[in-house]
Design a protein around this ligand. Structure first.
Ligand SMILES: [Zn+2]
Length: 322
């Protein structure tokens, strides 16, 4: 756990046993809230972290997830049971999947295969009465005049929301600004990489969501992968540059009729200098590739371009976790 100030604590969910890839955030105070649960397998880690912060089973008021991908919301059912007074807040188009995860789980199993059990574990159902669906905007009361405002920010996923703290200006970006890979050296900025998995990725929606983030004038970005970033303007600009570049590269790959393996090779080569933090350390590279692979991001963009450009280019399926 890391104290980020203003009663905000970062919880490392230790996804797949890795440190520093998937975060949850606790906001303490009058009505304690948890943002992101991590996977179902991470639920005991998150529960213990909350306990260490003084948040007992009866105390947690809200569990909110930025979207229902299993690295963010897989633990909702477990944590709802562990914290019986918590209301679960989620975007309207994700709500029914938390109440009845059957379809979500069977499609995840189809995509992830054996990773399902090793990395995620089962998303357990949550009673409908405990789930509150938010639409375009919503509000979560943290007590004492402090609240989290939810903003629908599709593009990475159709059921994605960003959350801004009205007191601190902290913006919880989920995966809508991609991934941030922090550097150990405080003077070196982290890498920003796009997160464009199938089946929802949509460039105009993703760019609109980044624009919405700018208009909220946040003071700090809190990435689910991974951690807080103070340099808001440059980081959001970089997120936009990255996603535009990747879409252009995949468009080139389609024009050249590259198959997935050759597309990966091409995108890797053309972006080689862009992720110095990630590529400097083999372990960092491996764990982030496992979370959000080149293959999965390319397949997601290709699927979007099949619709946007009006012609189908076949590329094999590929999955990664985040
Ligand atoms: Zn994710």
């Amino acid at each position: 756990m890391t104290n980020l100030g203003s009663d905000v604590h970062e919880i490392d969910t230790l996804m797949s046993g890795h440190t520093g890839i998937t975060a949850g955030y606790a906001i303490l105070g009058e009505h304690p809230a948890l943002i992101e649960t991590g996977t179902a397998k991470s639920a005991p880690v998150v529960r213990d972290a909350l306990a260490a912060l003084g948040v007992g089973p009866e105390d947690l008021r809200t569990i909110v997830v930025t979207h229902i991908h299993l690295d963010h919301a897989g633990g909702v059912g477990d944590l709802a049971a562990m914290f019986p007074n918590a209301e679960i807040v989620v975007h309207a188009s994700g709500a029914r999947h938390l109440v009845d995860p059957t379809r979500l789980m069977s499609s995840a199993r189809r995509v992830f295969g054996s990773l399902m059990d090793d990395v995620f574990g089962p998303l357990l159902p949550t009673e409908a009465r405990r789930v509150r669906a938010v639409e375009d905007v919503g509000s979560i009361d943290l007590g004492g005049g402090r609240r989290l405002e939810t903003h629908h920010t599709p593009g990475h996923a159709r059921h994605h929301v960003g959350l801004i703290d009205n007191v601190t200006g902290d913006l919880y970006v989920g995966d809508a600004a991609g991934l941030y890979i922090p550097s150990d050296d405080p003077d070196q900025p982290g890498d920003v990489r796009p997160g464009t998995p199938p089946p929802d990725f949509d460039l105009p929606l993703a760019l609109n969501s980044l624009e919405k983030f700018r208009t909220l004038r946040p003071t700090r970005l809190l990435f689910s992968h991974y951690g807080p970033v103070r340099d808001v303007t440059d980081t959001l600009a970089r997120a936009e540059e990255e996603v535009r570049l990747w879409v252009e590269l995949v468009r080139d790959a389609r024009t050249s009729r590259l198959d997935l393996d050759h597309a990966i090779e091409m995108v890797r080569e053309k972006t080689a200098a862009r992720y110095p933090v990630e590529t400097a350390n083999e372990e960092t590279q491996t764990k982030f590739e496992e979370l959000s692979s080149f293959a999965s991001n390319i397949v997601g963009i290709n699927m979007y371009l099949n619709k946007a450009d009006g012609w189908e280019h076949p590329m094999a399926d590929a999955a990664s976790a985040g």
